[in-house]
Design a protein around this ligand. Structure first.
Ligand SMILES: [Zn+2]
Length: 85
């Protein structure tokens, strides 16, 4: 059940739980989400988001697109996760 696959498929480095800043370019504006939990490879820096996190970010991006925000900067919090589910 637990995901124990912690090896980077790209370079063979090890993935560790960290946080990253997610950005999305909407064309007319940008969305920036800080402190997003992610698995980050300690060698090549590649980042992986889990399904819940990805869904939450997608929801945030859709909200920003609907509002036509020029710049949307937010913090990733558990309340976002709850809203998306
Ligand atoms: Zn890697």
């Amino acid at each position: 059940m637990a995901n124990t696959h912690t090896q980077c498929p790209l370079c063979g480095g090890s993935k560790t739980l960290s946080s990253t800043t997610f950005t999305a370019d909407l064309g007319f504006g940008v969305v920036v989400v800080r402190h997003v939990p992610a698995q980050v490879c300690d060698q090549c820096g590649e980042e992986w988001l889990d399904d819940t996190t990805s869904a939450s970010l997608e929801s945030l991006v859709n909200d920003a697109r609907a509002k036509r925000s020029m710049v949307e900067v937010t913090e990733y919090t558990t309340s976002i996760t709850q809203k998306a589910s």
